[in-house]
Design a protein around this ligand. Structure first.
Ligand code: ATP
Length: 310
């Protein structure tokens, strides 16, 4: 099927003025599609409008104008089908602390009208490694366990699209790896995943495609690899055969730093290649002992995009 998992067209949201605060345009004509079957990253600095967008999809915030559909269901024309097609894991951990995880999932399944015969609470708890806590009070779970329970809760109605809003904020590295692994497993089994994150390495590691919003506008929407390719600055570290007396200069060097026998040279890959940079060092009379290069990361792209759009 070619239809998008989520389709957003010219979406706008202005929050009404409250007290002394002026009206706030949180989304300003955002359009993009989340292709089915992908892990899609929605990135942006604080206050960019990510939560507003997700809350509109969840039916928690009313859009001002524009259109959105989930799994082909327009959120205005077919709100129930749209809602049934998406599971959302919010930033805040929300559930009744006096229910056990299995009860929490059963209640959630009831809210979504999932018939008893079709419920799979234990299966979900197993998937998020909470099987042995199935009958513990939710309030006795650790932070990481609660977060995993939130993921299971979002999946009770078996939605084709799962949205994770900052899934690993404040989560330790080990648990973050576990969550990533689970997201990959879900995706491999066919679930389209949308995640918002502040951790660029998370997006880089997990996402097939990344959209970046800044000040309520879309500033990028590309496959992760293409986006990374946009970072033009590369760094090459060169160890030379003697102490550096004068800093070498060449037109293809953007920036040069020296420490003992180590030269750290920044160049633009649209201007030069590593061979030319090394040749320029040799032309200055240095012998090259060792070379290493550093690939640009998403942070470089993100900063340059959000800076220029800001
Ligand atoms: N209920 C509201 N009333 C008024 N303004 C709001 C409301 N909710 C959000 N905003 C404003 O809209 C803008 C976008 O907020 P939003 O929470 O969508 O951003 P975000 O990208 O999710 O940020 P974060 O990463 O910090 O969660 C911000 O300037 C925010 O202050």
């Amino acid at each position: 099927m070619t239809e998008a998992a989520i389709s957003i067209r010219d979406l706008c949201k202005t929050y009404a003025a409250a007290g002394a605060a002026a009206p706030k345009r949180a989304l300003d004509g955002v359009s993009f599609d989340v292709p089915r079957g992908q892990i899609f990253g929605l990135l942006g600095p604080n206050g960019a409008g990510k939560s507003t967008l997700i809350n509109i999809l969840a039916g928690l915030v009313n859009k001002t104008s524009g259109a959105a559909s989930i799994w082909g269901f327009d959120i205005d024309a077919h709100p129930r089908n749209a809602k049934a097609s998406i599971g959302i894991v919010n930033q805040e951990i929300l559930f009744d602390p006096f229910f056990t995880p299995v009860e929490t999932l059963e209640i959630q399944a009831g809210l979504y009208g999932v018939p008893k015969a079709k419920r799979r609470s234990m299966e979900l708890l197993r998937a998020v490694h909470l099987e042995d806590k199935a009958k513990a009070y939710a309030r006795t779970l650790s932070g990481g366990m609660k977060r995993r329970l939130m993921v299971a809760k979002a999946l009770v109605h078996n939605p084709p699209v799962l949205v994770l809003d900052e899934p690993t904020a404040g989560v330790d590295i080990e648990l973050r790896q576990q969550l990533w692994a689970y997201v990959r497993t879900l995706n491999a089994a066919g679930t389209t995943v949308v995640l918002t994150t502040h951790y660029l390495e998370e997006a880089e590691e997990l996402c097939d495609r990344i959209a970046i919003i800044n000040h309520g506008r879309l500033v990028a929407n590309e496959p992760t690899r293409t986006l990374l390719g946009r970072a033009q600055e590369k760094v090459v570290e060169v160890t030379v055969d003697r102490d550096i007396a004068t800093v070498p200069a060449a037109r293809c060097f953007e920036k040069v730093e020296t420490a003992g026998r180590l030269l750290t040279i920044t160049y633009r890959k649209d201007v030069a290649n590593a061979g030319e940079v090394l040749a320029a060092v040799q032309a200055d009379g240095y012998g090259i002992v060792d070379v290493s290069t550093k690939e640009p990361d998403l942070e470089d792209v993100f900063l340059s995009l959000t800076r220029s759009a800001g």
